[in-house]
Design a binder for this molecule. Structure first.
Ligand SMILES: Nc1ncnc2c1ncn2[C@@H]1O[C@H](COP(=O)(O)OP(=O)(O)O)[C@@H](O)[C@H]1O
Ligand SMILES: N[C@@H](CCOP(=O)(O)O)C(=O)O
Length: 325
């Protein structure tokens, strides 16, 4: 459950007094999520999400995240829109935490995405990349290849306790990726965490994208690689090429991949899997006493890595020269 900060009624009322969003009729904490404290607010004008940023989101990054959501929403992307106070501020403070109110998005996330969800996601991802094209702020990706070795070093000594041989195979993956990571790919704003829990659907259509708190400036194809990892593996860790094909084709219908992006896809997928394996591994080995949130299993990404190590070409992810949408 992710309500880390309790908010007394009076503190909430004082905070809301700065906004023009009507009178509060009810509110409650949201159990989902791992990073921040979220409440759903119902007022006489509609529903909103109140987020209190906990320690894992750097306060200095908030202008980037909030500015990005405003920019994307203004460019037609269905994403949370920060609500301004009467004084024009998007960022406030509540119970000692930076806090914002954003618009509520309708829809539900899917736990086991089908081919049609992967197709819709591919189009939505390309739409996000297009909507972010002229966003003027930059945020380097702290969890790209240069950030992986410090994570590995923090976990290396205990990695084999999690799975035999994990330290050695991670060391080898890391060395290979550091030596060959593609650095000159087309890029811009990427979401960098577009897992199924961050995408809402109404029927077969994407109704909203949330959780922009890993968003950064990086290669577009790396975002696609993150999504191929998160959406296209089955429960037995077999890669479903039909899902990959649907996602890539729908992405390319909006933004065709360049030959160098296609060539780089196997490395990008391997790097994306390593990134999530490593952050999960560090969290897994450092669960604080009394933690509210169960850490995610790093071995889910160790198993994906076993697949990526055998891949030689983008075709194995479902890319094809003439991709049917
Ligand atoms: N704008 C929104 N509209 C509707 N629901 C939202 C919105 N933002 C967050 N939520 C709900 O809150 C949950 C946690 O949000 P998320 O941003 O993923 O939190 P965290 O950053 O803590 O992981 C989501 O799974 C969703 O149920
Ligand atoms: N998607 C990441 C963890 C980040 O969680 P989120 O709830 O903020 O999306 C993972 O699966 O490791």
């Amino acid at each position: 459950m992710a309500v880390y900060t309790e908010v007394p009624d009076e503190a909430l009322a004082a905070f809301l007094a700065a906004y023009d969003i009507g009178d509060l009729t009810s509110y409650k904490g949201i159990a989902e999520g791992v990073e921040n404290t979220n409440f759903i607010l119902h007022t006489t004008t509609g529903s909103y999400i109140l987020t209190l940023y906990e320690k894992r989101v750097a306060e200095g990054d908030l202008p980037f995240f909030l500015g990005l959501m405003e920019h994307l929403a203004a460019n037609g992307l269905a994403c949370p829109q920060p609500i301004r106070t009467r004084d024009g501020a998007t960022l406030g403070r509540l119970c000692g935490r930076p806090a914002v109110i954003v618009s509520f998005l309708e829809g539900v996330s899917v736990r086991r995405p089908g081919v049609r969800h992967c197709r819709a996601l591919g189009a939505a991802l390309a739409g996000l990349h297009a909507a972010g094209a002229d966003f003027p702020m930059r945020r380097p990706n702290a969890l790209s290849v240069a950030g992986w070795r410090p994570l590995f070093e923090a976990a290396e000594a205990q990695a084999d306790r999690v799975a035999p041989g994990l330290a050695a195979r991670t060391r080898d993956d890391l060395a290979l990726l550091e030596a060959s990571w593609p650095r000159d790919l087309p890029g811009g704003v990427i979401h960098a965490d577009l897992f199924t829990d961050n995408v809402f659907f109404l029927g077969d259509d994407v109704s909203g994208l949330i959780d922009f708190y890993f968003a950064c400036t990086d290669a577009f194809a790396y975002d696609l690689a993150i999504c191929l990892n998160a959406w296209c593996f089955e429960a037995d860790y077999a890669f479903n090429r039909t899902k990959g094909q649907a996602m890539i084709a729908a992405y390319q219908a909006v933004r065709p991949l360049e030959p160098r992006e296609i060539a780089a896809l196997p490395l990008l997928c391997r790097g994306a899997a390593l990134r999530f394996m490593l952050t999960r591994l560090v969290d897994w080995l450092n669960v604080p006493p009394g933690a509210l949130v169960k850490p995610k299993d790093p071995l889910e990404y160790d198993r994906r890595l076993a697949f990526h190590r055998r891949v030689a070409a983008a075709e194995e992810y479902g890319w094809s020269p003439v991709s049917p949408a």
